[in-house]
Design a protein around this ligand. Structure first.
Ligand code: CA
Length: 225
């Protein structure tokens, strides 16, 4: 776990670096906003602890810059100011949490744990493919349409996953059979058609908008209507 510490007060840096190292965190320090931006841009930190009052670029500005670069790393802001306006400014600039100085080290650790847990949760839940109101969760191996849970067997799930990952692309029966069933399609089986019709019943039948489409003579694809 690698933490970037952006703070200009040597005593605070020393206190944090010592504590975090003892807890097994790897730390890198930037003593001003510019250096902070440079290091943050490397994008290889699990968390950034960011002081608000900094030379060159202040914490709010820096946090905005980090978000503009598309970096999703959790940012914990530190400040001596305890009023609501500052908190709002902090969250507006893209910070994930806020800690007012002086703070107990244990409190900081608790926030760090919460933020990094939440971040790894985000990566997990992002393994969801979505087309219209159809959601396929690749971690849980589950599917929903609207608020309705859809029961799928293993093969049905694999077929739907293959279709959804190729959204809008017409897939021939041969290609589907090879990818999903690992069979070459000269066996005269109609397994693909059978499974497509099962998926249609489960996914489309009860809904106005049909998502699974047939391209006559070519194959199947999934897309918004
Ligand atoms: Ca400062």
């Amino acid at each position: 776990m690698k933490i970037l510490l952006i703070e200009d007060e040597p005593q605070v840096v020393e206190f944090l670096r010592k504590g975090l190292t003892e807890k097994g965190y790897e730390t890198e320090v930037a003593f001003d906003g510019q250096m902070g931006e440079k290091l943050a841009s490397k994008g290889d930190f699990d968390l950034i602890i960011l002081d608000v009052i900094l030379p060159n670029i202040n914490g709010y500005e820096l946090c905005k810059l980090i978000r503009q670069k598309g970096l999703l790393v959790p940012v914990l802001m530190l400040t001596a100011l305890d009023n609501t306006d500052d908190k709002v400014t902090g969250f507006d600039s893209g910070a994930d949490d806020y800690l007012v100085k002086p703070f107990e080290f244990e409190e900081l650790l608790a926030r760090i744990n919460a933020l990094t847990r939440r971040a790894s949760g985000l990566i997990q839940t992002s393994r969801v493919i979505k087309i219209a109101d159809l959601n396929l969760n690749l971690n849980k191996k589950s599917a929903t349409r609207g608020d309705k849970h859809i029961d799928l067997t293993g093969k049905e799930f694999e077929l739907l996953e293959f279709l959804m990952k190729n959204k809008g692309r017409v897939l021939s029966r041969v290609e589907i059979a090879e990818k999903v069933w690992d069979i070459t399609f000269d066996t005269g089986t109609n397994v693909v058609d059978v499974y497509i019709s099962i998926l249609r019943k489960k996914i489309d039948r009860d809904f106005e908008e049909k998502l699974i489409h047939t391209k006559v003579g070519l194959g199947y694809y999934i897309d918004e209507a």
